[in-house]
Write a protein that binds this ligand. Sequence first.
Ligand code: DHK
Length: 174
Amino acid sequence: MKTIPARHKGKRLAKTILVINGPNLNLLGTRETAIYGSQSLADVEAALGEEARARGLTVHCFQSNHEGALIDRIQAARSEGVDFIIINAAALTHTSIGLRDALAGVAIPYVEVHISNVHGREDFRHVSLLADRAVGTLVGLGTAGYRYALDFAANHTVAPAGGATVWLAAKSSA
Ligand code: DHK
């Protein structure tokens, strides 16, 4: 039987996950396909939804081309009981103090995803205003990065809050 590491005691696994996509990612599948691939955002979100259902998770997906709408969505996440955020803020990654502050304000752990390897592209894409506060970043793995991020989120422990249903203790004794 596995023992639960002390740092995880009293915590539970993330169960409700918000996936946020920023400007121009609604064009996935038709936009610069050599860089971003041929999968549409609807394909990506459908695959995440399927994976979530299979794992008993709830995934909410949101895309906007507008900074304020993205900030509003992040702010709403706290009262909705979102445990973990997966965010590709696209171009706003490199410019938005507002998004950075919103993520810090709700204090929900997040992973940053980029489909392309931003470090192999123009200099202005090398800077992320979100990365230093992220749990981690997934960069350059194509749209598969979202799936890997979901897998990571599903194994991420969070402090208990109302509605906790997946307890680490239950998983460890399996
Ligand atoms: C997507 C964008 O739209 C760009 O503005 C970023 C990111 C990179 C991506 O690779 O997913 O610079």
